[in-house]
Design a protein around this ligand. Structure first.
Ligand code: HEM
Ligand code: HEM
Length: 156
C-alpha cells in the first residue's frame, strides 16, 4: 500500500510538471497525460479519505489551517482544470465551445490554464509540507533494495 501511495505521488508530480507547457508533449499527449493525472488524483484522494473525515474534528492551529487551506485550494484547482476540459479539448473530446460566445470561451480557457499553473504552485507547497514523510518512505524503499542486493551479493 505504501508503495502504491508513493508511485501515485511521484506520478502526479511528474505528470503535473509535464502538463504545464503543452509544447513539451504536444496537444494530444498533454490531454492523455492530464487525464492520467486526474485518475491518479482520484486514487490519491481515496487513499487519504481519512483526512477528509477528520476535517471537522480537533482544533485548528496556524499550521493546520495553512495546510488545510492549501490542500483544499489544490483540490479546487484540479477540479477547475478538469471541469473546463470539455470546452478546451482538441483531441480527447469534441470541443463543446462552439455554442459559447468567444468571450466566455476565452475565459474558460484562461481558467483551465490559470488553475493548472496556480495548482502547480500549491502542489510544490503540498510536497514541501510532506517532504520529511516522502524522503523517509523513498529512503526506506531504496535503502532496503540496496540492502537486499548487498545480502544477495554476499550469498553468491
Ligand atoms: C492534485 C494534486 C494533489 C492533491 C489535491 C493532494 C491532496 C492531498 C490530501 C487532501 C492529502 C491528505 C491530507 C494531508 O496529509 O495533507 C494528501 C496527502 C499526501 N499527499 Fe497529496 N495531493 C496531491 C498531489 C500530491 C503529490 C504530487 C505528492 C508528492 C509528490 C503528494 C504527496 C502527499 C503525501 C506524501 C501525502 C501523505 C500520505 C500519502 O502519501 O498519501 N500529493 N494529499
Ligand atoms: C490536471 C491536468 C491538467 C493540467 C494541470 C493542465 C494544465 C494546462 C496548462 C497549464 C495549460 C497552458 C499551457 C501553456 O500555456 O503552454 C493547458 C492548456 C491546454 N490544456 Fe490542459 N491541463 C490538464 C489536463 C488537460 C486535459 C485532460 C485536456 C483535454 C482533454 C487539456 C486540454 C488543454 C488544451 C486544449 C490546452 C490549450 C488551450 C489553448 O491555449 O488553446 N488539458 N493545460
Amino acid at each position: 500500500m505504501l508503495t502504491l501511495r508513493i508511485i501515485i505521488d511521484v506520478m502526479m508530480a511528474i505528470t503535473w510538471l509535464l502538463t504545464l507547457e503543452y509544447k513539451i508533449l504536444g496537444m494530444a499527449l498533454h490531454e492523455y497525460v492530464g487525464l492520467t493525472l486526474f485518475a491518479c488524483f482520484i486514487v490519491h484522494i481515496l487513499l487519504n479519505w481519512r483526512w477528509f473525515a477528520n476535517l471537522t474534528k480537533g482544533t485548528y492551529n496556524t499550521t493546520r489551517l495553512l495546510r488545510t487551506t492549501a490542500n483544499l485550494a489544490l483540490i479546487v484547482c484540479i477540479i477547475v482544470v478538469i471541469a473546463t476540459v470539455p470546452f478546451v479539448s482538441r483531441v480527447v473530446y469534441t470541443n463543446l465551445s462552439g455554442s459559447l460566445p468567444v468571450g466566455v470561451w476565452k475565459l474558460i480557457k484562461g481558467l483551465h490554464k490559470g488553475a493548472g499553473k496556480l495548482g502547480f504552485v500549491l502542489l510544490v507547497l503540498h510536497v514541501f509540507f510532506h517532504w520529511t514523510y516522502l524522503r523517509n518512505v523513498l529512503g526506506k524503499i531504496f535503502v532496503s533494495k540496496d540492502k537486499d542486493k548487498a545480502r544477495l551479493a554476499n550469498i553468491k
